[in-house]
Design a protein around this ligand. Structure first.
Ligand code: AHR
Length: 321
């Protein structure tokens, strides 16, 4: 997300602490706030947890949530956004499947006078007034964290196969960027294969199968997967091919879902960089601020960490997603 300034974690923590305010303005006495939310789909365990967090929080706060699942298609998201305009919702929020192609519909929303909150993924637009705030992770930093962990673990020597996320999506673009930034400092670390697994377990498995059938398959000693679901699919492919995941091929991925912790505890995955999907509370804090006409930062970053096998067993019982 090139256009946005990343704020310091101190400021972000302060902002994420904003709760529902007493006496805030609502759209009329006794009238519920209506929020239209367009979700990308249900492509991963991360996404399912993200949807649940948003629905649960809306329920707790008595928000009338108009939820729409786009099944990973931008055209479906655009249709949903237009239907939110037609319904006259108070706030529109969405997780854009890809970064580009949003300007026309965002202009329509602006003309209708409806504030927009971006969640999870950013858009690439030149006019920043087209949205009020963006709440999400720092994907470039996640890619860097994966790269740094790997450099330390391998002493800067790795022949890497990369499972890329959905082409054109912010996490796929930014995680690759952050990872390659680290690799640039280590001439002994090279990406020798790279293909999209679309953030799904099935596609991650399929692409890993093809990597393992390639003539140079034996050179691969590391897998970097842009999310846990693709890594979990790849683990299955490795086991079916007689390759020991976590040993013959080191695996680092991103998200930190429960299944990834289980795989780490079983020694099959080596590291997961956390990407926290539980952003429902931050989203509806932002909605409250908008309804109360309070100032809102343009960028709210979610706090997250890095977990390797040494921390997996201790973390697993309390893992929420
Ligand atoms: O945008 C966040 C990414 O989208 C998560 O890493 C991935 O699992 C999901 O599909």
């Amino acid at each position: 997300m090139k256009q946005l300034t990343v704020l310091s974690s101190v400021l972000l923590l302060a902002l994420s602490g904003c709760g529902k305010k007493e006496g805030m303005e609502t759209p009329g006495a006794g009238k519920k706030i209506t929020v239209g939310f367009s979700q990308i789909g249900a492509e991963s365990a991360w996404r399912t947890a993200n949807t649940q967090s948003i629905k649960d929080e809306a329920g707790k706060r008595g928000i009338n949530l108009q939820f729409s699942d786009a099944q990973q298609k931008q055209e479906n998201q655009i249709k949903a956004l237009r239907s939110f305009i037609a319904q006259g919702v108070d706030v529109i929020a969405f997780s854009p499947v890809v970064e580009t192609g949003w300007e026309p519909v965002l202009q329509e929303i602006k003309q209708a006078g409806i504030p927009v909150i971006l969640t999870d993924r950013a858009v690439d637009v030149s006019d920043l007034s087209l949205f009020t705030t963006f709440i999400g992770s720092d994907f470039v930093e996640e890619g860097r964290r994966a790269g740094k962990w790997l450099a330390e673990k391998t002493g800067g020597k790795a022949q890497i196969a990369e499972l890329v996320g959905t082409p054109g999506s912010a996490p796929a673009i930014d995680r690759k960027k952050g990872f390659e930034e680290v690799l640039a400092k280590y001439p002994g670390m090279k990406i020798i294969k790279s293909q999209s697994g679309d953030f799904t377990r099935a596609k991650g498995k399929e692409v890993m199968e093809s990597f393992l059938k390639a003539p140079d398959a034996k050179q691969i000693n590391v897998l970097f997967a842009h999310n846990d679901d693709m890594a979990l699919g790849a683990i299955q492919a490795m086991e079916e091919a007689g390759v020991k995941p976590g040993q013959d091929i080191l695996i680092v991925s991103i998200d930190g879902v429960k299944n990834a912790f289980e795989a780490m505890a079983a020694g099959k995955l080596n590291c997961t960089v956390e990407c926290n999907p539980l952003i429902g509370p931050q989203l509806f804090d932002a909605v409250d601020s908008i309804m109360a006409k309070k100032d809102l930062s343009k960028r709210l970053v979610v706090q997250e960490g890095v977990f390797d096998q040494s921390k997996a067993a201790a973390e697993l019982p309390s893992r929420k997603y």
